[in-house]
Every structure is written in structure tokens, then in C-alpha cells.
Ligand binder design. Sequence first.
Ligand code: NIG
Ligand code: FE
Length: 413
Amino acid sequence: MTLLVTNIKQLVGVHEENELLRGKALASLPVIEDAYLLINDGLIAAFGEMKELGAWSDAIEQRIDAGGQFVLPAWCDSHTHLVFAASREEEFVDKLKGMSYEAIAAKGGGILNSANKLAQLSEFELLRMAWSRLQELITLGTGAVEIKSGYGLSVEAELKMLRVIKQLKETSPIPVKATFLGAHTYPLAYRENHQGYIDLIINEMLPVIAAEDLADFTDVFCEKGFFSPGEMETICKAAMQYGLKPKLHVNQLNSIGGLQKAIELNALSVDHLETMTEEDIQALAQSTVIGTLLPSAAFFLRMPYQPARAMIDAGAAVALASDFNPGSSPSGNMNLVVAMSCIGMKMLPEEAINAATINGAFAMELQDELGSIAVGKKANLIFTKPIPSLAYLPYAFGSNLIDKVMIGGEFFS
Ligand code: NIG
Ligand code: FE
């Protein structure tokens, strides 16, 4: 089926090269004013200025007039934990009353609280809830998503989570990538026996995950009181034997050498990065690793935002993601993430949009399918309401400025 979209006010993200954007290049977001876009069988087939539209276009039966609308690549959210059993607003209220994230974790709240709840639910029930969250994200403009395990923390429950993610992958209208995060925290029974849990991950979880093809990537929460850089290395090296590339939680609460270890391991991305020393920023900028910033987690935990400006100015490649999870970012709204990046981290609108589209696609190894307007890529697109300029998107934060979302060439509803 062929569909022609005409009179697009601005067609955004028409990158000629399919490249990861770093440093100054992040500010370059090419657009075509007064554009057309041709979609064939769900893929972008051609685009250009309206005045170049030839007589051939008369033969196309399905046409949409996008007069006044901006069309952007859908958001590529490369870091979420959207499979979970229950919300945790009671901890939110504890925090309002003054308790810290670490104190809540230490009394069995936090990740362990989510793991206890998840253990009690069936695969079907988890799938049903995750499916409805995924639908909401698509209506908010997300066109590809990465989802982590990590609320299982036992062989049975980690596999249950990953099987739910696999089912989402097989049925979701948008591409889904799965990340194994068995090393999210030590379960209570292994608090004093780290090696025992690491052995469980390596000997009991990874072989099944590989045999059932349950994950694309592996992750570790490298943090004081969680997994050390050395423990992260052991787990990643075992996962890499099965072809699982690392995407790692580092430098969220403390700078303990996780970032440097992740670079040594040739991770695809290092995620969070709220706590960065000058050396950490330089190390990231000089590496090929993508720095994935999660400003909504910083916002929700009332931490200083990630030093995006310093990272970009040093030449780093940064992506933006939602970190959607019940503990530190109970929102998967990438429109808000983009707005927060501009408001809280002084990213330019162009930088934020690039970081949330093409660089997010790279951070999931989906760059050949998504993230920009290019011939052959999937027509997963955002159609905005009438807006005066692109900068209006992050400026008018909190307004719903999306008119329609297109997934694979069809409007999603
Ligand atoms: O990415 N930091 C580690 N993991 C999650 C939070 C998990 C939770 O609190 O449930 C995050 O922020
Ligand atoms: Fe996370």
C-alpha cells in the first residue's frame, strides 16, 4: 500500500548520513519545509519539497494532507523497565516525608519490593499490564523501546520477565529490544554471598536466556551497595560469551569507576550519568560508548540533572531515554524527557530531538530501521498539532502537542 503525505510544514530529522551524533553534530537537525513524504508498505519510500512533487503523485490513491503539521521520527526510548507488577507510590510518599532512596532500599523497599510483587504474578498478568503501558507510550509518540528484566532476581522470575518481554516483542506494533538485568540488586538471601548470586546469573540464568533467545543485551546496576565494577565485569564477560552486548547502569548515585569499566568492556551505552566527575566526562567523550541520559529519573529523585551540556561540549555522543520504572521514573513520556533536557540540562531543542531519535535508535542497534527520515526506514512518525516552530515542543512542556502517531505507515489509535 502506498500513502502520500502532503503539505507537511516541516519534515524533521532528514539526516543524509546514518551516523551516531556526537558533540557539535548533535545540534544539526536537518528539516525540509513544506514537504511531502511517500510511504510504501510501512516504509519511507521518498520525500522532498512539495514543489518537487511530480505528476506521478496524481496516481496515488491514499493521500493525507498534513497542512500545518510537523512530522518527526517517533521517539526511540532506549532504556525502560516497563514490565513491573505494581506501582510504588507509597515509597514516593515516604520520600516526600524525608526518607532517602538508599534508606528505602535498605529496608526492603525499592527494587526488592518490586521483585516481591512480581514473584506473585503470572506471566499472563504481567503481559497484560505491560501491554497497556506500551500502548500508552505509543500514543505518546514512542516508536521503539528497550525493556529490561531485573525485577525477578531469581532464575524463575527473571526468565518469567524475559518471556513477557519476548511476547511483547512478537506482538508489539513497534520494535522492542530486550535487556537482561538479573544484576539489578542482590536478593536478600545473597546479601552476604555475592559470588553465589553471580554464579546463579552465570550458570543458571544466562544459558537458558541464550537457548530461548530471550535477550539482546545485558545490564548491571553498578553502584555502591549494589554491584561493584569488578562484579559488573565478571557478569558482562559471561554474558558477552552468549553475544549479549552490555548496556549499563553507571554513575547514578556515585562515581565508582563503573563508567571506565563499561568503556573497557566496549559497552553499547552507559546509562544514567547523574554523577560525573570531570575525568568521567572526558573518558566518555573520548570513547565510542553512547551516554544515555535519563533526566526524568533525576527529576523524580530530586537529584541534580545529568551534566549534558558539559558532555556534549566535550564531544560525547548522548541519547535520551525515559527509564520508565515504578521506583525512579514512573513516567515513560518522552515528550517530557525532551522538555526536561532543554529546561533542566540546557540542551538545545535540536540536540534533544536528535538524542531522543537517531541516537536512541543507535543505543538499541535499531539505527538501520528507525530514528530519522530516510528511505527504507520504518514509517514510525509523530504528526504534531499546529505549532509555530520546533522549539515550541520543549518550550510548551506538559501540553500534548501530538496530533497522531503513525506506526508502520498506519495511524495508531
Ligand atoms: O534505572 N537504578 C536502578 N534501577 C532503576 C530504578 C529501579 C527501581 O527503583 O525500581 C533506575 O533508576
Ligand atoms: Fe534504569
